[in-house]
Design a protein around this ligand. Structure first.
Ligand code: MTE
Length: 316
């Protein structure tokens, strides 16, 4: 195939687009792309999601390199959609997380069932760049979109008897095919002590990388507790219950000698089958030495006081 390329000297001045026209054309294209993107976002995002590009940054953000969007959304743990790391992004594709409601019950003055859009207050949304350390020995840095768990819980007015908070994932094997297999006792459940839940760090995440939360990451709403092993960060939450006694949690129930209720990231307490001293940052080359795991995943200055006087080998 012959391609005719004019040499610069062959180009007549009349053939050159004037700079102002060229700039206008670029501006026009940029504006139409922006309008297109906004229209697409309009169709896809609920009303509260439109402000996401301008979210304020949380004061607790780490400035470490982010794990790529690709890794964050294709290397997952979400047993409701399969036990393999690559299963959730494939098997959760058709999951429809809307409409969604959350039931709040137990020791509080304002229990009820709330639509997700009433739970999320757009003005409270921030970007939280947190490290997530999985109990399996790997870690990620994720830019979540979310809001303070404590601020949300206060709206339900927990009573003086509320010593713990229990969270429950949706139970619906027709929508979550992994629940047809009895690999865990469904529904997935997690819990925090009330003072842990009221700490400034934990968030309810509804997005990541400025996008609405992908199904495989726990759509439409999941917990993120950055100083605890990843399994505490329960996904696709439909129930929150304030309790006086310590709630039963899925992994503690499954293997109590391996997964404690607290599950704070702690390099000094090994898992019975492997060390917790080092971790591999997902996305880094395999030949790069592993990183040291930090006590409380590096968030000690904000949370160590919660455990003053406690034997963390006993309460692991
Ligand atoms: N929540 C539910 N409902 N089911 C799960 O299997 N896996 C947990 C946690 N939340 C899990 C869950 C584990 S082990 C980890 S490490 C994190 O989700 C992983 O979150 P990510 O896939 O967004 O990185």
């Amino acid at each position: 195939m012959a391609i005719l390329i004019k040499k610069p000297a062959d180009v007549q001045p009349s053939e050159i687009t004037p700079k102002s026209v060229y700039m206008d054309r670029r501006r026009f294209m940029k504006n139409s792309l922006l309008t297109g993107a906004l229209l697409a976002a309009d169709a896809m995002f609920p009303a509260w999601a439109k402000r996401w590009p301008k979210l304020p940054a949380s004061p607790y953000n780490t400035d470490e390199k982010l794990t790529s969007f690709e890794d964050v959304t294709t290397y997952n743990n979400f047993y409701e959609f399969g036990t393999g790391k690559r299963d959730p992004h494939k098997q959760a594709k058709d999951f429809n997380p809307r409409p969604w409601s959350i039931t709040v019950e137990g020791e509080c003055n304002k229990p009820g069932t709330f639509d997700l859009d009433d739970i999320i207050k757009p003005a409270q949304l921030q970007e939280y760049i947190y490290r997530l350390r999985c109990v399996e020995g790997w870690s990620m840095v994720v830019p979540w979109v979310g809001f303070s768990l404590a601020d949300m819980l206060k709206r339900f007015e927990p009573t003086g008897n509320a010593k713990y908070v229990e969270f429950t994932t949706l139970l619906d094997p027709s929508r979550m095919p992994g629940q047809k297999r009895r690999v865990l006792r469904w529904p997935y459940r997690e819990g925090l002590r009330i003072d842990e839940a009221m700490n400034a760090l934990p968030i309810m995440a509804v997005g990541l990388y400025g996008e609405i939360l992908p199904n495989q990451n726990g759509a439409p709403i999941r917990l993120v507790v950055p100083w605890k092993y990843g399994f505490k960060s329960i996904k696709s939450i439909v129930k929150i219950r304030f309790t006086e006694t310590q709630p039963v949690t899925t992994w503690n129930q499954t293997a109590p000698n391996e997964y404690g209720f607290y599950s704070n990231v702690n390099p000094h307490v090994d898992h019975p089958r492997w060390s917790q001293k080092k971790e591999r940052r997902i996305g880094e080359p395999f030949w790069k030495p592993k990183r040291d795991t930090l006590m409380f995943n590096g968030y000690g200055e904000h949370v160590a006081h919660l455990y003053a006087g406690m034997d963390l080998k006993k309460y692991f």
